[in-house]
Design a protein around this ligand. Structure first.
Ligand code: PLP
Length: 344
């Protein structure tokens, strides 16, 4: 079941190999370790993400370099990446935030110009595409999560996709106690550990993968309807999605509240929408580098005015809200419109 899932997931993301693990934090650590990244190296990460994007770098002994995001795509800003490259930089980890891919044209060009590896953090982007190319197929490797909030889930789980056979073999060995295929169970060749997923999780994920295209189609249709219906709300700016994102997982529907125009702030808006029965959460309370952890352990921080602005006013609506029928989606639009007005 595990190898069947790995093969099917990798193929569905235009990759030759998939190496699964217990979660999408370990998969980031696995990719970095197999890439030989460690002490003395720097890895460029966005300043807005879940903590694992940065801690994976720290846990292999390297230093995360936090750079700003674009203000409305919520994705890492390639111009800021270029400014952050140093003699110690080894890799870039773009996060496809909420589902739409970061600007992979520019990021791949920067990586090529400076000889850097790209490891996509595709924890939000199962099935998303950039110019017809699937998330997970751009860099040396990409990490996906199947934690219970994700668009595909087995409660927990993760996978790294790659097109590099030798790199896949190295990851597989690290994740499975340093073993090698064909050798005996008690022969250990490299310093490995146990990152394995279970067959039961893999079986659930095989079924989840079958449903993914249909669910993406449903979310895409409903997101378009919802955005059309709420376009009249003055004071909410929805995530800007690049035209090259031709398929989006719609993990999160993201927006920013312009308090002056809406008349209420982000927290009041989220509370009002939630009280009317629609899940809606304030975004992260701080940038990654503002976490107490990164006040205490090594990192490098570039100026991040956009990231610091988004933590004040951004919010998200989760993907399951986009899985209803048309009538349900119109009700959600009504809630967003009326709550925005009523609270005023
Ligand atoms: C961007 C990002 N990267 C990594 C992870 C870590 O995945 P996991 O929870 O499976 O360890 C998450 C979420 O959970 C995430 O949102």
């Amino acid at each position: 079941m595990v190898s069947r899932f790995e093969t099917q997931f990798a193929q569905a993301h235009q990759c030759r190999f998939g190496v699964s693990a217990a979660n999408g934090t370990l998969t980031l650590e696995l990719a970095l370790a197999a890439a030989g990244i460690g002490a003395g190296d720097e890895v460029i990460v966005p300043s807005i993400s879940f903590i694992s994007t940065a801690t994976a770098v720290s846990r292999v002994g390297a230093t995360p370099v936090f750079v700003d995001i674009e203000p409305y795509s919520f994705n890492i800003d390639p111009r800021r990446v270029e400014e952050a490259v140093s003699a110690r930089t080894r890799a870039i980890i773009p996060v496809h935030f909420g589902g739409p891919l970061a600007d992979m044209d520019r990021l791949m060009a920067i990586a090529a110009a400076h000889g850097l590896m790209v490891i996509e953090d595709a924890a939000h982007a199962h099935g998303s595409e950039w110019s017809g190319r699937r998330a997970g197929s751009f860099g040396l490797a990409a990490s996906f999560s199947f934690q219970n909030g994700k668009v595909m889930t087995a409660g927990e789980g993760g996978i790294v996709t790659t097109n590099d056979e030798e790199f896949a073999a190295r990851m597989r060995s690290i994740a499975n106690q340093g073993r090698r295929p064909g050798a005996s169970h008690f022969h250990h060749f490299t310093l490995g550990t146990n990152f394995r997923i279970t067959a039961l999780q893999a079986a659930v994920l095989v079924a989840q993968l079958e449903r993914l295209p249909q669910q993406i189609a449903t979310r895409t249709r409903n997101a378009a309807l919802l955005l059309r219906e709420v376009s009249g709300i003055e004071g909410i700016r929805w995530q800007q999605i690049d035209a090259r994102v031709n398929r989006n997982s719609w993990y999160l529907m993201l927006g920013r509240v312009e308090k002056e125009k809406l008349g209420i702030d982000r927290d009041e808006f989220c509370r009002a929408v939630r009280e009317a029965g629609v899940p809606c959460s304030p975004y992260y309370p701080h940038t990654l580098y503002q976490n107490p952890l990164y006040q205490a352990i090594p990192c490098r921080v570039m100026p991040c005015p956009n990231a610091e602005a988004t933590i004040q006013d951004a919010f998200w609506i989760p993907h399951n809200v986009l899985l209803g029928d048309e009538a349900f989606t119109r009700e959600v639009a009504d809630v967003l419109r009326h709550r925005a007005m009523l609270v005023k």
